[in-house]
Design a protein around this ligand. Structure first.
Ligand SMILES: [Fe+2]
Ligand SMILES: [Fe+2]
Length: 188
């Protein structure tokens, strides 16, 4: 699918603010893909569609997780997590995206997972550091992303977990697994 067509589909699903965020993720993901040798077209597609389900009703997202082979424990955690796996499903069904790597990058863009692919890392990080993001620690991760993908990703995952811990919020176990996996690989 061409970029313009993909953007048109996504624009109808998002608020203007979230659409601008999506454009930022797209530019950042393509740049990271170039820098680290990921497939630029897949990075573009995954970035454009990553937040496709962000504004679907919670009930719809919940029903998709219940009816598809997604981990059911997702439903016990923050509903902000749901749009990622449910989005991968909807993007396949409604936009006709069939590429498994693209769909997995959408699926894991919020939680990460143990054994992330290069494309998944690119999308996770692009979502975190796109130019429209302004929060404590983001500049540090941007600087790290220029030097080393995994180091930047570890910092991003760590910040996300710490943010939840400071607010006494539960942390989805996959986020810890993502962190552990990346850190243990770096030690090797
Ligand atoms: Fe998202
Ligand atoms: Fe996003």
């Amino acid at each position: 699918m061409e970029r313009e067509e993909a953007l048109k589909i996504v624009k109808e699903q998002l608020t203007d603010h979230r659409y601008q965020h999506t454009l930022g993720v797209m530019e950042t993901a393509i740049a990271l893909a170039k820098q680290y040798g990921a497939d630029e077209k897949k990075a573009e597609a995954a970035a454009i569609f990553h937040d496709y389900a962000k504004f679907r009703p919670k009930d719809e997202l919940k029903q998709i997780i219940l009816s598809q082979k997604f981990p059911q424990n997702l439903l016990e955690y923050n509903s902000e997590l749901w749009h990622a796996p449910a989005g991968a499903y909807l993007v396949e069904m409604e936009a006709g995206i069939k590429d498994k790597e693209v769909l997995e990058a959408i699926r894991y863009h919020t939680s990460g997972r143990s054994g992330m692919t290069l494309l998944e890392k690119v999308i996770y990080l692009a979502d975190y550091i796109e130019p429209g993001r302004h929060f404590p620690g983001v500049d540090e991760v941007r600087a790290l992303a220029k030097v080393d993908l995994d180091t930047a990703l570890i910092q991003a995952v760590k910040n996300t977990i710490l943010f939840l811990l400071k607010k006494n919020q539960p942390v989805y176990p996959d986020s810890f697994q993502t962190y552990n996996d990346l850190v243990m690989r770096q030690e090797d």
